[in-house]
Design a protein around this ligand. Structure first.
Ligand code: GLR
Ligand code: MG
Length: 435
């Protein structure tokens, strides 16, 4: 690696795509339960003078299908030409075969569109290019994005109802036990607080009838007085139910996340409550912003560099939110340390990141980096090392890729409803509003 070399050859010589399967605990959401293993894609770009940058994104088949032509077209393209990366992707990626208007379970992030799939793929390449560029120039990614405005980024505990073990007995065992009632949720929160120092808590809801989830949030409020709390049923409730929950929990919620699906329903809920509404479902693209913001349907947007199209798009989203006086938080779903590094770099550059970011990372026991990120007092220190500041663990990558190769295809596309059918053969993705 040549650092600080202004005359380095930034042209991409090689791109490596490695699909992997990573262990995921039996976490519950409104669609079902997480699979024992979930797909991710690790992207490496190697410059002509041998610097390697790494990126990470979704690894389901439809993402792999778009990543392959982009990887093939990239050699010769400069890692510094990030605008050109988007143009190239539009030209070579084509339209994905399978796009539906159903909610994408790989992150429960609103409807699927061809653009969103493409942007999710580009984001992994953008991060890899920025990592390579930073390593070449001897600069951290946050410096390439304009510089950090904070030295540490706050994260929130991401609480889930969960089974003790996967219904089919597969997957990696852990010692968290089941969390299916308020006591279980509080015990989980306690462990998150003690181990990582998190000072705010989000409960993934939409799993049990609302009164049970209200009881769980009340129990959290009693156990952690004054701490910011969030509840996210992923659009499972009607407008009436959303308003009832907002009334009952208004005194303890920092925000209510996607209580109802669609901008229309969110606008109706927002009109009837002063509890801020957050979303990572009805505002997930720039095109969805005007209607939602002008109607006051959401007060907080959860950014996510994966599906917004990278770190620079996240900064653009932040600027629009600032303009409209809408708050900004950060969404997460099952991801590894490369993505957490990218999230932390961009979060460090956004002045109006008003809330602690979500991260699934504590639930992930496997990683492809040599040194895992460590939360202290619920925060991650922003790395000043060149690039992302992480190093790929090639042995781990190989082993997780081996798992992907050995899989018969059942785990290669995340399907929480199918995973739930192992426990309940009649289970179908619930239609919304569910309650
Ligand atoms: O709405 C959210 O915050 C998410 O969808 C985050 C995650 O994808 C989560 O719900 C999950 O993985 O079950
Ligand atoms: Mg959400």
């Amino acid at each position: 690696m040549r650092t600080g070399d202004q005359s380095a050859d930034l042209a991409i010589a090689e791109v490596r795509l490695t699909p992997i399967l990573i262990a995921d605990p039996p976490l519950l959401n409104t669609q079902g339960v997480h699979q024992p293993y979930t797909p991710r894609l690790i992207i490496e770009v190697v410059t002509a003078d041998g610097t390697t940058g790494v990126g990470e994104t979704y690894g389901d088949t439809r993402y792999l299908d778009l990543a392959a032509p982009l990887a093939k077209a990239l050699p010769g393209h400069a890692v510094s030409d990030l605008n050109g990366l988007f143009t190239l992707a539009e030209r070579v990626c084509g339209d994905p075969a399978e796009v539906s208007d159903s909610v994408d379970v790989g992150g429960l992030r609103g409807v699927q569109t061809a653009d969103k799939l493409r942007l999710s793929v580009i984001s992994g390449f953008e991060v890899a290019c920025l990592d390579a560029l930073g390593k070449t120039l001897g600069l951290p990614v946050h410096a390439l994005l304009g510089g950090k405005v904070r030295d540490a980024v706050d994260y929130s505990a991401y609480l889930f109802y969960r089974f003790a073990a996967h219904p089919d007995g597969q997957g990696e065992a852990d010692d968290w036990g089941a969390a299916l009632d308020p006591e279980g949720v509080v015990a989980q929160a306690r462990r998150f607080a003690d181990t990582y120092g998190f000072g705010s808590f989000k409960l993934k809801g939409g799993v049990f009838p609302p009164d049970q989830e209200i009881a769980a949030v009340r129990a959290l409020a009693a156990a952690f007085p004054g701490k910011p709390l969030r509840l996210d049923p992923n659009g499972a409730w009607s407008v009436e139910t959303s308003l009832r929950v907002a009334r009952e929990l208004g005194d303890v919620l920092e925000y209510l996340e996607d209580p109802a699906s669609t901008t229309e329903r969110m606008a109706q809920v927002a009109a009837g409550t002063s509890v801020p509404l957050a979303t990572n479902m009805c505002v997930t693209t720039f095109a969805e912003i005007p209607e939602a913001f002008t109607r006051g349907a959401v007060q907080v947007v959860l950014s996510d560099h994966h599906y917004w199209g990278g770190l620079r798009h996240t900064q653009q989203l932040a600027a629009i939110c600032r303009t409209y006086g809408v708050g900004l938080s950060m969404h997460s779903n099952t991801h590894l340390g490369i993505s957490l590094a990218a999230m932390t770099h961009v979060a460090a550059t956004v002045p109006n990141l008003d809330y602690a970011c979500d991260s699934h990372y504590p639930w992930q026991t496997e990683d492809v980096i040599t040194e895992r990120h460590a939360f202290t007092e619920g925060r991650l220190t922003v790395s000043d090392a060149p690039g992302l500041g992480v190093e790929l663990d090639r042995d781990a990558l190989k082993a997780l890729h081996r798992r992907w190769l050995d899989d018969d295809g059942t785990m290669r596309d995340r399907d929480d409803a199918a995973a739930m059918r192992k426990a309940d053969p009649q289970w179908r993705t619930p239609s919304v509003p569910r309650w």
